[in-house]
Design a protein around this ligand. Structure first.
Ligand code: ADE
Ligand code: ZN
Length: 329
C-alpha cells in the first residue's frame, strides 16, 4: 500500500525536541568537529543502543548525545537538518522545543544556543516558507530554582520565544513543582505547555491545566483513565500533542495497535500527531502518520482532522492558520 498521500498532506508539528532530532551521522560529525569522545565507534552501534524500556532509558542517552552541541553553528546545523526533513515531508509550520539547561549546565551560553536555533528557523522560513514558534522547556528533574535561573537568562530574548514547556523525567516530578516559575513566565507574556500523562498519571494532566494554566498538554495519553478529565478536554478543547512512535518506543503502549489516539479523536478530544524525538524513535511526521494508517487503519478523513486539530492548536496567528487550512482543503 502506498502512503505517499500522507507525505503530501500539509502538516504542522507541535511536539518536537530539537535535541531529539540529532541523527547519529550529525552526532559523529559534531563530535569530531568539537573533539568530543563518544562511547560509540559507528553509526550502527549508536542505532543499536536505541532500545528503551522506559522514558529514563531514553533520556540518559539523549542528554549524552546533546554533549556534541557546543558552538552556535552546531545548533544551527541541528535545526537546519530538522527543517530539511520538514520540507521533504510537507511540514509547513513547527513549534519546536529546546532544553537550554542541558547546554547551560555544560557552560554553553544561552545566547549561543538561541542565536543558532533562531537563525536556522529564520532561514528555513525564507528558503522553504516553514513558519515557526519556539518553546523553551524547563527540565523537571532539576529544581525550581534552576528553572527560575534559566527563565532569567531568557529574558533578553523573549521576542524569540512564544512560550515555556516542561519536559524530562515525569514520575515523581509533578507539574505543581513549577507553579511559581510558570506564573512568572505568564507574567512575562509567555504561553505555557507541559508534558503530562506520558508515563505519569492523569492527575498530572489536571495539575498542568489547573496550576500551570497550559494551552496544550504534551502527550496526555493517560487522560483515557479519567472520564471526568476526558469530558473536560472535550469541553475546553485543550489539545493533546500525541507522539505515536515515541509512545511505542518508550513502551507507553506495547504495540501501535493498542494506541488510543484514534479512540480519543473519535471521542472528540483535540488530539494531534507529532514526532517528539524522531532521530531516536524511528521516524518524523510522515512515519508517525503512516504508523497510524498501517496499525490503526486511520482513514483519510481522520488524518485530515488530525492536521486540522494541529492547525487550530498551534500558536500561529489567525492569518497563518487560514493559509495552512487552505493548503489542506
Ligand atoms: N525530552 C525529550 N523527549 C521527551 C519525552 N518524550 N518526555 C519527556 N521529556 C522529553
Ligand atoms: Zn516530548
Amino acid at each position: 500500500m502506498s502512503y505517499d498521500w500522507l507525505n503530501a498532506l500539509p502538516k504542522v508539528e507541535l511536539h518536537l525536541h530539537l535535541e531529539g532530532s540529532l541523527e547519529p551521522e550529525l552526532m559523529f560529525e559534531l563530535a569530531q568537529r568539537n573533539n568530543i569522545d563518544l562511547p560509540f565507534q559507528t553509526v550502527d552501534q549508536v542505532r543499536k543502543a536505541y532500545e528503551f524500556s522506559k522514558l529514563q532509558d531514553f533520556l540518559d542517552i539523549y542528554y549524552q548525545g546533546a554533549n556534541v552541541l557546543v558552538v552556535e553553528q552546531d545548533f544551527y546545523d541541528l535545526v537546519w537538518a530538522y527543517l530539511e526533513k520538514c520540507h521533504q515531508q510537507n511540514v509547513v509550520h513547527v513549534e519546536p522545543f529546546f532544553d537550554p539547561q542541558t547546554h547551560t549546565d555544560r557552560g554553553i551560553s544561552f545566547e549561543v544556543i538561541i542565536n543558532g536555533i533562531t537563525q536556522a528557523l529564520k532561514d528555513g522560513e525564507l528558503k522553504w516558507g516553514i513558519s515557526s514558534e519556539l518553546i523553551m522547556c524547563f527540565l523537571r528533574h532539576d529544581s525550581e530554582e534552576a528553572a527560575f535561573a534559566v527563565l532569567a537568562q531568557a529574558e533578553p530574548f523573549l521576542d524569540q520565544i512564544v512560550g515555556v514547556g516542561l519536559d524530562s523525567s515525569e514520575r515523581g516530578h509533578p507539574p505543581e513543582k513549577f507553579s511559581r516559575v510558570f506564573a512568572k513566565a505568564r507574567e512575562l507574556g509567555l504561553l505555557t505547555v507541559a508534558h503530562a500523562g506520558e508515563e505519569g498519571p492523569a492527575e498530572y494532566i489536571w495539575t498542568a491545566i489547573n496550576d500551570l494554566k497550559v494551552s496544550r498538554i504534551d502527550h496526555g495519553v493517560r487522560a483515557i483513565d479519567d472520564a471526568k478529565l476526558m469530558n473536560h478536554l472535550v469541553a475546553t478543547k485543550i489539545p493533546l500533542t500525541v507522539c505515536p512512535l515515541s509512545n511505542t518506543k518508550l513502551c507507553v503502549f506495547d504495540d501501535m495497535s493498542e494506541h488510543n489516539i484514534l479512540q480519543m479523536l473519535e471521542e472528540g478530544v483535540c488530539v494531534t500527531v507529532n514526532s517528539d524525538d524522531p532521530a531516536y524513535f524511528g521516524g518524523y511526521m510522515t512515519e508517525n502518520f503512516v504508523a497510524l494508517a498501517q496499525d490503526l487503519a486511520m482513514s483519510k478523513e481522520q488524518a485530515k482532522k488530525l492536521v486540522r486539530n494541529s492547525i487550530e492548536a498551534s500558536f500561529a496567528d489567525a492569518a497563518r492558520k487560514q493559509k495552512i487550512l487552505a493548503l489542506l482543503d
